[in-house]
Design a protein around this ligand. Structure first.
Ligand code: ASP
Length: 704
């Protein structure tokens, strides 16, 4: 059968009735009726039912009876309409079936580690949910897991979305340029994956956290519009929806401004989501970082539902409720949300015992104040402490109506108040299912602070150090001046998830140097790490800016898939491990040696040995602790051993010396009775020694 003769299983329909078709694919499921055998034949276009009839062809039927799930087969047959009442609406081809006239088994399959079929053969029957299969098992047999139509669909949709982005970028004159995988560190704020160089012993490449520096160098190089579907590597703390390597749609352009980026990206994002059947509302609104925090407590605001923050500090400036009064005196903040019409779901018990006592402290808050509106009045365990005027002001400010519940956080720190209330807002919205389904709320977050203060008094870049500040006349040694700077950065957030971000960049070497100095890098350190980049900025670097979108996250969101691993062909598991290839894996000592790493480790050991006495060194090597009381006798023993060793060396004779110059005997510490370990008696001792030579285990010299 040539490729052109193969009919896609999923493409067959009623219009094909009477046709002879050649099919090839996998046995998705089988149903044996004695003299009739049905199979679902699956290829990546879909599934069709194939029927084998014993009466029609005995030999063919006998072969068909040997078919098992996931055998790879070729079938020739006739398309016929199904008998009324036997149609399967779960299949797009469910009105027809193929009566087989020939069968070839191309490849058999072992017993499957888990079921693959997602389609029941009988309309309405249940199929075992793949979700119940342990994810590590799915990843170990990923080639089987990917056979599932839902996974193939994810891969196909991902391809369509990326292709759409490539088409649009091409229409706008962008070219895809590949940048190196083996490079120097790029400061995106994570740890690097590093790769030792064999040729330059002792030196390391870093895998790129992003192509940031190269795409900026391409701008200096006159490549005015660059993009790349780029693999990025970040060694970050494990989180469920994080992968050590992930894909970005990375974009950079010269002679542009923020509006160009907003326009281009909205076009790309909307059309990419469109490929997955999602219509995003356009244009995307913008919210400043400060507003996002003030209204939702996060720089990733979820705008699908209201419940925005209500600031109420001023209402309580003179209150007799002690907790609030003290917080106001300490320049603190009192901010709340109005959970409209939910007083039935949020009983006093839930508010007091769950939220105030457990959930809010779990978010890092000290507590929560709540009030409910009943019969036009506020009601709570502390409402009696509030004056009439305060209560009226609260009702007015929060827009209270009967059935509303107010949840209020008060804390001396603005950061704590907003962060805790932000988490609370999301918790309540999820718990009470207040987030409308099929709603999309994209938003640009802008006007970020350029720097975030560090606990040690230093600064770190909110985005990365190449982001342009809103003004360049700042003093890099003045923390207050630095913290007042805003950046020309923008993040794209959809439904509370950050899908990407970027900025207009610094294109002046002197400003870039000032930023490095503000970050605490000395001139020498900056020259050592980024000298090549600073030099490039000094050769007519054009104004430029860009952005990167996290493709895995975006595809997962558009397809409504909760895990990014389900839209990646071969992801690592939640522990950054690949159950299929079993990476990362240990390498041989020879490989380490070749890379100079074994020697490096040895040099490190030698260095440590130099700092120590022979006794300490022996104790360290043998992993045997030597107490102060034992020290004297161990030192004597070591001295005697050294003397014997020296005297043996000084003896010249024809015969080589015996292997051990001193008599070997077992020694145990005083007060301990010698015993034989069961592992030694059974011969398993040392059986897992890393190396063997002939019939011997190689063990560390110290044990010998
Ligand atoms: N390189 C940045 C990142 O990976 C994106 C950008 O600034 O273009 O987040």
């Amino acid at each position: 059968m040539s490729v052109s003769e193969k009919t896609g299983c999923g493409t067959i329909g009623f219009h094909d009735t009477g046709r002879t078709v050649q099919l090839a694919g996998w046995v998705d499921a089988r149903r044996d009726h004695g003299d009739l055998l049905f199979i679902h034949l699956r290829d990546w276009s879909g599934i069709i039912q194939v029927v084998f009839q014993e009466a029609a062809a005995k030999e063919l039927f006998a072969m068909a009876e040997t078919l098992r799930e996931e055998f790879c087969i070729r079938v020739t047959g006739n398309v016929v309409g199904r008998l009324a009442g036997t149609e399967n609406p779960a299949l797009s081809t469910g009105e027809v079936e193929v009566t087989a006239s020939a069968l070839e088994i191309l490849s058999r399959a072992d017993q499957l580690p888990f079921p693959i079929s997602e389609k029941a053969m009988i309309a309405g029957a249940a199929v075992s949910a793949p979700a119940s299969v342990a994810e590590d098992l799915r990843l170990q047999y990923r080639y089987l897991d990917l056979r599932r139509p839902s996974m193939q669909n994810n891969l196909k949709k991902r391809h369509r979305m990326i292709k759409k982005a490539r088409d649009i970028l091409d229409e706008h004159g962008f070219v895809e340029v590949e940048t190196p995988g083996l490079t120097r560190s790029t400061p995106e704020g994570a740890r690097d994956y590093i790769v030792p160089s064999r040729v330059h012993e002792g030196a390391f490449y870093a895998l790129p956290q992003s192509p940031q520096l190269f795409k900026q160098l391409l701008m200096v190089a006159g490549t005015e519009r660059y993009y790349q579907v780029a693999r990025c590597f970040r060694d970050e703390d494990l989180r469920p929806n994080r992968q050590p390597e992930f894909t970005q749609l990375d974009i950079e352009a010269a002679f542009i401004d923020e509006d160009f980026i907003y326009f281009l990206m909205e076009e790309i994002i909307c059309r990419m989501f469109g490929e997955a059947g999602v219509a995003l509302p356009r244009p995307f609104p913008k919210i400043s970082h400060a507003d996002a925090i003030a209204r939702t407590g996060t720089d990733r605001p979820d705008l699908r539902f209201g419940m925005y923050f209500v600031h109420a500090t001023d209402i309580f400036s003179d209150t007799s409720y002690t907790i609030f009064r003290q917080i106001v005196r300490r320049d603190g903040h009192i901010i709340g949300i109005n959970v409209k019409g939910c007083s039935e779901a949020l009983s006093k018990n839930v508010l007091q015992n769950e939220y105030a006592r457990q959930i809010v402290p779990g978010f890092g808050g000290k507590g929560m104040t709540w009030m409910r509106m009943t019969d036009g009045k506020l009601d709570s365990n502390i409402v009696q402490f509030f004056s009439q005027a305060e209560q009226e002001a609260v009702i007015d400010r929060f827009g209270c109506e009967d059935g509303d519940v107010l949840m209020i956080i008060a804390d001396p720190s603005y950061e704590v108040t907003t962060r805790v209330l932000g988490q609370l807002r999301l918790h309540v919205a999820n718990r009470l299912e207040l987030i409308p389904e099929d709603t999309w709320a994209p938003v640009w977050v802008t006007d970020f602070p350029l720097f975030d203060p560090l606990e040690d008094g230093g600064m770190t870049s909110t985005h990365h150090p190449f982001t342009a500040p809103d003004r360049t006349d700042f003093d890099p040694s003045d923390p207050a001046d630095l913290l007042s700077l805003k950046s020309r950065a923008y993040d794209i957030v959809i439904n509370g998830e950050e899908l990407g971000g970027g900025s207009i960049r610094i294109n002046d070497a002197r400003v870039q140097e000032k930023i490095f100095s503000a970050l605490g890098l000395s001139r020498n350190e900056a020259a050592e790490k980024f000298g090549f980049f600073l030099r490039a900025l000094a050769y007519g670097a054009p104004p430029h800016g860009g952005i990167a979108l996290g493709i895995d996250r975006m595809v997962a969101m558009a397809l409504g898939v909760s895990s990014i691993r389900d839209v990646m062909a071969f992801p690592k598991n939640r522990s950054a491990y690949c159950p299929l290839t079993r990476a990362p894996a240990y390498v041989s000592r020879e490989q380490l040696d070749e890379l100079g790493l074994f020697k490096a480790a040895q040099a490190e050991k030698d260095l440590r040995a130099d700092d120590k006495s022979t006794v300490d060194n022996l104790s360290w090597l043998s992993r045997i602790g030597i107490s102060d009381g034992e020290r004297g006798s161990v030192e004597n023993a070591v001295r005697r051993a050294e003397e014997i060793g020296k005297s043996v060396l000084s003896v010249s004779c024809e015969n080589p010396p015996a292997f051990s110059p001193i008599r070997l005997e077992n020694r145990t510490r005083p007060g301990k009775t010698p015993s034989v370990h069961p592992a030694s008696a059974g011969g398993t001792l040392l059986s897992n020694a890393p190396e063997t030579s002939g019939d011997f285990f190689k063990v560390a010299g110290i044990i010998e």
